[in-house]
Ligand binder design. Structure first.
Ligand SMILES: C[S@@+](CC[C@H](N)C(=O)[O-])C[C@H]1O[C@@H](n2cnc3c(N)ncnc32)[C@H](O)[C@@H]1O
Length: 674
């Protein structure tokens, strides 16, 4: 996605990322987005009022039918969100994405008027900006306060103005919504007992082809009516109409209204009950909150927050689940060009991108492989959690993207990482024996449609054959690269920014089938929906419950999937290179893992959030550990040359220890003696 699309979107004040909506059962689909239809309806009404004809042609299923709603007041002096450093994780990402930051000339972040902003800034300024010394004296975030204190104080420090604004906004929105509902009830059949779902033909029986703004609103009404009927079919369905008729109608309307290809719309629709599907499609029309991740190799979150607040950034902690994320509400400075950004104190990173790394829970001094690493959002997070110790191999098959990865590694002060440029399929032949492996796989990007709307139409059936095939081969390579006997690890995390079952549960099931030496384990993540154990006639291993799904409508984060495996034995010889076409067990098939008892494996190394660090800003090297590796390498080299490592290295060691040692420990000959 180029910058243009992103820049064209105004970032309204987003709701906070909500991990409180933890739902263990898919059926408990949250009604969290009940507000959404209202919002959309309001947007349309505003368009209609403004006389803005919405592109009727879009209803012929081209592109997005609803133009982005312009803010009512022009936004001034506010700087928009730059693209995330890790933006568009899908493999379709272009080099533009690697630039990752937006320095100048961007649209406004938020739609508040200058006056409003001035007020807020003054407000926060009186608390924070102008009284820097006071704040520091008070210790906005003292070393010993607990997390909740920290979050409360951060919020209190800059959010007062914001919350007043939100209150006002909410009051206005509520009033508008009420008026609209009343207006809508007059025009539509919503108020009726049994909604008569609209036909595709006009009164004269001719097909309605060229729909305009009003039609679009009617289309939306039909969509919501259809969903209502599907939610209570027995009582609300019209006589003689079947459930599948209503479903087909819903699919058609989703394609027309949101601009999806029928192929993809159906795939996504099948993931949810109708009401939740609607919430998902709606959420894909809204940008996700802008989030930055504090680079704890360089700074603390509280210091970073303080500095950014002083620069006019309105922010708050991303949620209790992360100690390093900050959600940005508004900014008067370009977030991709602040001195702190350039000094590597933070990286722009979607909140959901934190999750795979948190699940991986890398430990200090481990050897970690990041198989598909560019542009490095997750690699640099791993490095921070490892406090720059141990060794990370950050691999990406795309050389251009690997350059962006190197850039981020340098900017963020990562010093324990080696970048390599192989197809990850070549692992473990290139290298194996890792304590942990992250496979953030190339995917279709159906979780990030809000960022890249082209996904709506450019994904074909071929993509959903090609990508899962690649993902399945990659996951086997990831498993085979891990050292099952690692004292601290032996874990593999598989993640995608897609929500399709083909790219997630089916890939995981394939891995379980082909590698009986791995088990799924809990991700350790505190929120997220359970992965599917059944889907459209397919049955997956019950442990798939331990995988986690993230949706924009449920948690206000990008769509994501995270699975964590523990490798418990070497890969059996007969499993190596196993190349089944489809590892998914159908209702009739028995999974090869079904008969294996599911022992419980718990990653004893907990997710060590990197909010607090001790010692130097740059972690440090473990000299002793390094020495061991250097010596091992030297010994191997000497042996290859046909020399006796003991003799050569022993001599060198004595020399290094100084003349006294040479005399004492030597062969009795003093230095210089022949
Ligand atoms: C989802 S993105 C990775 C994002 C990255 N983990 C981050 O957090 O910044 C997927 C990456 O996989 C890379 N890729 C695609 N096929 C690959 C392969 N066969 N081996 C290694 N990398 C591959 C793409 O170049 C792309 O950079």
């Amino acid at each position: 996605m180029g910058q243009g699309r992103r820049m064209a979107r105004k970032q309204a004040i987003p709701p906070p990322l909500d991990e409180s909506l933890v739902t263990r059962k898919r059926k408990d689909a949250p009604a969290a987005r009940v507000e959404e239809p209202k919002r959309k309806r309001r947007a349309e009404v505003r368009e209609l009022k403004a006389g803005g004809a919405v592109n009727g042609g879009a209803l012929k299923s081209k592109g997005r039918p609803v133009k982005p709603v312009k803010p009512t007041k022009p936004a001034k002096k506010v700087v928009p969100p730059p693209m995330s450093d890790d933006e568009i994780d899908s493999d379709d990402a272009t080099d533009d994405d690697l630039v990752g930051v937006n320095v100048t000339g961007l649209d406004a972040l938020g739609s508040a008027s200058e006056d409003e902003l001035d007020d807020e800034f003054h407000e926060s300024g009186s608390d924070v900006v102008d009284s820097d010394t006071d704040v520091r004296k008070m210790g906005m975030w003292s070393e010993d306060e607990d997390d909740s204190d920290i979050e409360e104080k951060l919020t209190a420090a800059n959010i007062e103005g914001l919350s007043r604004k939100l209150d006002m906004q909410k009051a206005i929105e509520d009033a508008e919504a009420q008026a609209e509902l009343e207006e809508a009830a007059l025009h539509t059949n919503i108020a009726g007992d049994k909604p008569k779902v609209l036909d595709d033909e006009d009164d004269e029986g001719k097909p309605i082809t060229n729909l305009h703004a009003q039609d679009l609103q009617l289309l939306r009404t039909r969509l919501t009516d259809t969903i209502r009927v599907l939610g209570d079919f027995k009582n609300l369905a019209e006589e003689g109409r079947s459930r599948s008729e209503y479903k087909a109608q819903m699919l058609k309307d989703i394609c027309a209204y949101y601009g999806y290809s029928e192929f993809l719309a159906e795939k996504l629709l099948n993931l949810f009950p109708p009401q939740e599907a609607f919430a998902f499609f709606e959420a894909n029309e809204q940008p996700r909150p802008v989030v930055i991740r504090t680079n704890t190799l360089r700074t603390h979150r509280r210091e970073l927050a303080q500095t950014l607040i002083n620069r006019g950034v309105q922010l708050e902690p991303v949620g209790k689940w992360s100690k390093v994320g900050l959600q940005i509400f508004e900014s008067q400075v370009p977030l991709g060009a602040t001195p702190e950004y350039l000094a590597g104190h933070y990286i722009l990173q979607a909140a959901s991108s934190f999750l795979p790394v948190m699940a991986l829970a890398p430990q200090e001094n481990e050897r970690v492989l990041d198989m598909a690493a560019a542009p490095g959002g997750k690699t640099t997070h791993i490095a921070a959690l490892m406090k720059n110790t141990g060794c990370i191999f950050a691999n990406d098959s795309n050389k251009q993207r690997a350059k962006g990865l190197i850039g981020n590694i340098h900017r963020l002060g990562v010093k324990n990482t080696i970048v390599c440029n192989y197809s990850a399929l070549e692992f473990p032949k290139v290298m194996g024996g890792f304590d942990r492996v992250l496979l953030d796989a190339p995917c279709s990007g159906t979780g990030v449609i809000a960022k890249d709307a082209s996904v709506k139409t450019n994904k074909t059936e071929a993509d959903f054959m090609r990508l899962p095939h690649l993902q399945k081969q990659l996951i086997l390579a990831a498993i085979d690269s891990v050292d099952h006997s690692s004292k601290t690890g032996g874990y593999i995390v598989y993640s995608t920014c897609s929500v399709t079952v083909e790219e997630n549960e089916q890939v995981v099931q394939y891995a379980l089938n082909k590698r009986p030496n791995v088990r799924l384990v809990e991700t350790g993540l505190t929120f997220g929906k359970e992965g599917f154990t059944r889907y459209m006639g397919k049955i997956f291993h019950p442990s798939l419950k331990m995988t986690r799904r993230y949706y924009p409508h449920a948690f206000n984060v990008d769509g994501f999937f995270v699975a964590k495996f523990k490798k418990i034995a070497v890969t059996p010889m007969n499993a190596v290179g196993a190349n089944g076409v489809n590892g998914v067990s159908s209702t009739n098939e028995k999974s090869s893992t079904e008969n294996i008892t599911q022992e419980e494996y718990v990653d004893k190394a907990p997710i060590t959030e990197d909010g607090e660090k001790e010692g130097s800003d740059f972690g440090g090297w473990d000299e002793e550990e390094d020495q061991k590796y250097i010596e091992r390498h030297q010994r191997a080299q000497l042996r290859r040359k046909g020399k006796n490592p003991k003799a050569v290295l022993g001599k060198a060691k004595m020399k290094a220890q100084g003349p006294e040692n040479e005399i004492v420990k030597g062969s009795g000959k003093e230095k210089g003696e022949k």
